[in-house]
Design a protein around this ligand. Structure first.
Ligand code: CA
Length: 219
């Protein structure tokens, strides 16, 4: 499986490439935004790892352009440490996951593997809560007969809520499930994720219980 790595720091790029090759992936490493955009737009990848600070075209613009032209492969972005605005902007631009630098290589490889597995969808079955049906095989949601494609991150969020029907789940708890941490920045990113999901699914599917968290409407 081919993975595109976009990183302009040669040391980080080399470390990433080595770890991914060791994990069994075929790696293409590019170090500038314009070239990253072109490759992702014309070639097929199982996933991409995208640094945001890049020469010639920044990572967020690269990601937006890929998504605007219908490129759906999962993208894990590398953000500056503690910069939650980057995480939020990245999610809005269509990122599926993010890691702050410096990151543990083993964790990055594990997350990438999860993204690729969920995007590929090996097991097919449905989880139903209220008007929402989650299609675990296609990583999609069905709302009143309408199929909505989800990013792995969006899917994971809905899956967590679906396991607790009728019960609100706190943002920090969701962040812990999704990212393994619950920093303030992660809960801001969860808010951004909810906003995007409400746009995609329509109103009345994800409810906010003030002070308690989020839940799926089960009417
Ligand atoms: Ca950089």
């Amino acid at each position: 499986m081919r993975v595109l790595v976009v990183e302009d720091d040669p040391d980080v790029g080399e470390d990433l490439s080595r770890a991914l090759v060791d994990a069994g992936y075929v790696v293409e490493l590019v170090d500038a935004g314009d070239e990253a955009w072109f490759r992702g737009d014309t070639e097929d990848y199982a996933a991409a790892i995208l640094d945001l600070g890049l020469p010639r075209l920044d990572g967020l613009s690269v990601l937006r352009r890929w998504r605007e032209s219908g490129r759906r492969f999962p993208v894990l972005i590398l953000t500056a440490r503690g910069d939650w605005t980057e995480k939020v902007e990245g999610i809005d631009a269509g990122a599926d996951d993010y890691m702050a630098k410096p990151f543990a290589m083993g964790e990055l490889v594990a997350r990438l593997r999860g993204l690729i597995r969920r995007a590929g969808g090996h097991l097919s079955s449905a989880i139903n809560v209220g008007r929402l049906s989650l299609d675990t095989g296609r990583v999609a949601a069905v709302v009143e007969g309408r199929t909505v494609r989800l990013s792995p991150l969006e899917y994971r969020f809905l899956e967590i809520l679906s396991h607790r029907p009728g019960q609100p789940v706190a943002a920090h708890e969701i962040a812990e499930h999704i990212y393994g941490t619950a920093e303030a920045g992660d809960t801001n990113a969860i808010e951004a994720l909810v906003t995007r999901l409400r746009r995609k699914l329509g109103a009345g599917i994800i409810e906010t219980r003030r002070g308690l968290g989020y839940m799926l409407a089960d009417d």
